[in-house]
Design a protein around this ligand. Sequence first.
Ligand code: ASP
Length: 612
Amino acid sequence: MYRTHTCGELSLANINKQVTLAGWIQTVRKFGSITFVDLRDRYGITQLLFGEELNKQLDETALGREFVLQVKGIVSERTNKNPNLSTGDIEIKVSSFSVLNKSVTPPFTIQDDTDGGDDLRMKFRYLDLRRNAVKKNMELRYAVNRAARNYLHENNFMDIETPFLIKSTPEGARDFVVPSRMNSGQFYALPQSPQTFKQLLMVSGYDRYYQVVKCFRDEDLRADRQPEFTQIDCEMSFVEQEDILKMFEGMIRHIFLSVKNINYTDKIDVMTWEDAMWNYGNDKPDIRFGMKIANLKTAFKKDGIQARGELINDAGFAVFDNAETVVAIAVPGAAAYSRKQLDELTDWVKRPQIGMQGLVNIRYNIDGTYKSSVDKFYNEEKLKQIAAFCHANPGDLILILAGKEEKTRKAMSELRLELGEKLGFRKNNEFKLLWVVDFPLFEYSEEDNRWVARHHPFTSPKPAHIEVMINNDPVIHNAAEYLKHPYADIKANAYDMVLNGNEIGGGSIRIFQRDLQEKMFTALGMSQEEALHKFGFLLGAFEYGAPPHGGIAFGFDRLCAILGGSESIRDFIAFPKNNSGRDVMLDAPSTIDDKQLKELSISIDKKSPATN
Ligand code: ASP
């Protein structure tokens, strides 16, 4: 037997017990004639004591870091206890030992605060995974997985696997493709998600489906995206939006309770997309803190109404007078910011990622006076009115951005988050959930002068908007006025779950009638032949009694990262890719040999960088 116990379980209750342990050597400390070794495995660290009689043997063997060691010995009480270690009250008085395997010196220390940089740790990920910090993340991931499965199982969901080698089902991203040897010149696509399969399973009568499943999207990797990632993918039949919200609120509450021991009893608010954009400038607002946007002037319409800027226009300040949009936030207690701090904020919004020209500020001092960078144009009375409009309190700093609608709103959203972070409003041990609903069904593609699906083409319009879609021609005759097209106002029967400013899940009630689905494909600029070629299987299935259905998918990696209090999903994936989509450990992707290429009837363009 290699071991009787793990390195994490022995305590004073086991005193005088004869045990056998096996694990990796964390440290070796020699003190004269005795030697201490910390032995580590997945479960913890146990101190070993090699007495005088073994020391000679040790001199010959020369134990090193990360050697795999087996020891036999007696559990003894430590004189020098370590309260930070679960096994810190005991040590093993070693009677015999055996080196099961040696190790070369690892390229970085296997410790919580390692000396290894990111690249090095990824190259030797199997060593990185030995580190306690990474192991904790893997454990959390497994706990979330288990909790989700338990909940879904209890609620009658069935885990059904769907294929990876499929036909391209566009969901907005580029497909990864796989050449078929047996069907020369033809390709499979890897699923961007199992979307159409789960809908087909509804047609088949499996009314509650789930899968913890890999999805593949060949996107340019913005920060913290992975080309392959995992979803908790779910679908239900005979449901409306409220049913889905209720079911998956239940799931997330269950995950909070079982993984974090958090009894999340707060009501989960449901916010419309318009409200989210209006108040926070983005569709996944972090509502752990206020600092809502004050719309001094905007091109964005909420409930069909637009803020026209009476308060600030015509003061001779061209930046505001001529801007499409002017938005503000009141930053609590920041009126006391120094000149330098204000300059830093201005530089921050001028960075290329944000791209604004400048930042206007109004200090609403604690004594009730005002001081502003635009005093010249707005008198005290005006500043007072603006402050009241922004719901500012004495001591607050009002920050104002002006420019084109989309860019300015986005910039303000970023600035709000940045300040929220700076002011300590975004604590990663505080969780706030939110539903965002009523997204636009379509987005306008300037490049193609047509509509594209904002979620995916299988999403149903809100019931009240179905007629608008059916009765109007999707063609956009006047690109400049696309916002006036009736399609611009059609809302989707879709919902996102947002946690601390991150979209952790999204889904929709689906179209389940062939004619409406065909209309949708037409709206997206697809010819009938193209729709049949790409989605004939789904359109066909809808003719055989497709039930009303809807679903949702959760970004499993992201959910784990947030619950683990981390910014990075990579920390929660055993073998992640880097920002260029490479696995630096495997050195993949890589070229393949000529024989393989020939079998696949593929020839490589010699100008391609990989073959240089
Ligand atoms: N398949 C969708 C996605 O991956 C989720 C859904 O609509 O259920 O975003």
